[in-house]
Design a protein around this ligand. Structure first.
Ligand code: E4P
Length: 240
């Protein structure tokens, strides 16, 4: 499973990336507000830290304006993934951008039918929001389960007939683009959300830095290490 961090805080991103555990980053307008920085400037910095996809969200709500913003965002770096809302205009933009070779993340997904549309629009990622469903007493994890089931039913790997091929690189590029929509479990609040999403088979989880760091914690690990270190000290030995 891939781990994306859901933040625009470069300090946290750097720290997680240095651990070698980070596969990508997701941002949204609220996270940009929280970071208190210019969107282009901070996104550029994030893209220079992390090799994987960095989701940057459009804020326009109408197709042409979305496409204009997507063009500006995609210029920031090669690893930009354009994040679009799950609306009809967002889906139309997703289809156009994906067909044009861009990575896309369709966000604000709250139903299996919406996820079905995202896959049909060729989204690279679909982002079902677990926590926000839990907030209204609906089990967010059920949504992940439903989407996994539906995607597996149809093998959502839209087949592309790469035509007008002239070079071996055309073939490689067509293979690299692929059209498989991945399930990105978002709005994660707890370590149990991560575990359940992994058990169900979500492709990616995006979680706040504190949640990702908390994954390592277990009281028996701490206790065991304490005992090992105490016993080791008693041996009077040194390894190096
Ligand atoms: C996903 O990409 C969103 O940015 C994020 O996970 C939303 O999480 P929240 O519901 O905690 O704001």
């Amino acid at each position: 499973m891939k781990f994306f961090v859901d933040t625009a805080d470069v300090k946290d991103i750097r720290e997680l990336n240095d651990l070698g555990l980070l596969d990508g980053v997701t941002t949204n307008p609220s996270l940009i507000l929280k970071a208190g920085r210019d969107i282009v400037e901070v996104t550029k910095e994030i893209c220079s830290i992390v090799e994987g996809p960095v989701s940057a969200e459009v804020t326009a709500t109408e197709y042409s304006a979305m496409m204009k913003e997507a063009a500006a965002l995609s210029k920031i770096a090669d690893n930009i993934c354009i994040k679009l809302p799950l609306t009809l205009d967002g889906l139309k933009a997703c289809k156009a951008l994906t067909s044009d070779g861009h990575q896309t993340n369709v966000t604000l997904c709250f139903s299996a039918n919406q996820a079905l549309l995202a896959a049909k629009a060729g989204a690279t990622f679909v982002s079902p929001f677990i926590g926000r469903l839990d907030d209204i007493a609906v089990d967010g994890m059920d949504l992940i389960r439903e989407i996994r089931h539906i995607y597996d039913n149809y093998g959502y790997e839209t087949e592309i007939l790469a035509a007008s091929v002239r070079t071996v690189n055309h073939v490689k590029e067509a293979a690299l683009i692929g059209y498989e929509t991945e399930i990105l479990a978002a709005s994660v609040r707890t370590v149990n959300h991560v575990k359940e999403a992994a058990l169900i088979g979500a492709d990616v989880v995006t979680a706040p830095p504190a949640t990702l760091k908390a994954l390592v914690k277990h009281p028996l690990t701490d206790k065991g290490l304490e005992t090992f270190l105490a016993d080791w000290a008693k041996t009077g030995q040194k390894i190096a």
